[in-house]
Design a protein around this ligand. Sequence first.
Ligand SMILES: [Zn+2]
Length: 310
Amino acid sequence: MNCRVALKVDCDTLEGTREGVPRLVEILGKRGIRATFYFTFGPDRSGRAALRVFTQKGFLTKMLRSRAGSLYGWRTMLSGTLLPAPSIARGSADAMRAAAAAGHDTGVHGWDHVGWHDGLDRMAPERVAGEYGLAHAEYLRIFGKPARTSAAPGWTVSARSLEVQEERSLSHASDTRLGPPFFPSAGGRTFGTLEIPTTLPTLDETLAWPELRGDDAQRAFFRGAPKGTEVHTIHAEVEGRSKAPLFGAILDDWLAAGFTFPLLSELAAEALGDRDQIPTREIVKTRLPGRGGTVATGWPAGPVGSTAKS
Ligand SMILES: [Zn+2]
């Protein structure tokens, strides 16, 4: 079976970007694998995520099971709560540029990850455009050219966020979960920015699955998870730090199985080469095992980890 796994790297925090990204560049470089890195540029208020313990069903269980403190680091857990929120772009622009220089693809994840993830539905329309615009301006300042792709924080989108995304003439976006690429529709409008969903469960989800206890069980699960062409999201805060050895082992298993690792831009070019065959799908919210809250999807009926076009 010739599986392909496009690696999407979400960088949500200052520590994850400054320390996790260089570690991931090293892990990937050693194995000759390229990935697509999505950066968050604004304030790191990730500690606010800790507040969800008290407000969201299922989150506390996940935090305890995954030992979130050691998984994310206590500094990250407290950022923006007890500690002031630092600017991610100011603290880690060099790490971002080094990832691009190593041959990886880069794009925009967001401005204020926690604010977007927790508050997009209540955000004023001009603030949605403002935050998205700030992230793109910062990308342009750091990389010297406009971003060609973006990926919504926490797979959280709205009709408004898709509208401001559409104004950027991106090659593709990766905002949703499950299923093959499609053109999204929301709020009565169909958008022309190709959406390439994440198809596999993420490690920060599977760490909370009671049936997968320990790194060996995790490794065995991911060894068999790809069924065709998949998009796998990893987190610089997790796979680039405490779970780096496990991530390296998962990559080694996939390499041993003969899997290849296309960039998201390569999957986009492939899909857009046959544009008439790309379906249009309505964006809805769904829940995934091991993840608190909801995520956006165009394929709500699809099984978890369903396979993209192979
Ligand atoms: Zn993220």
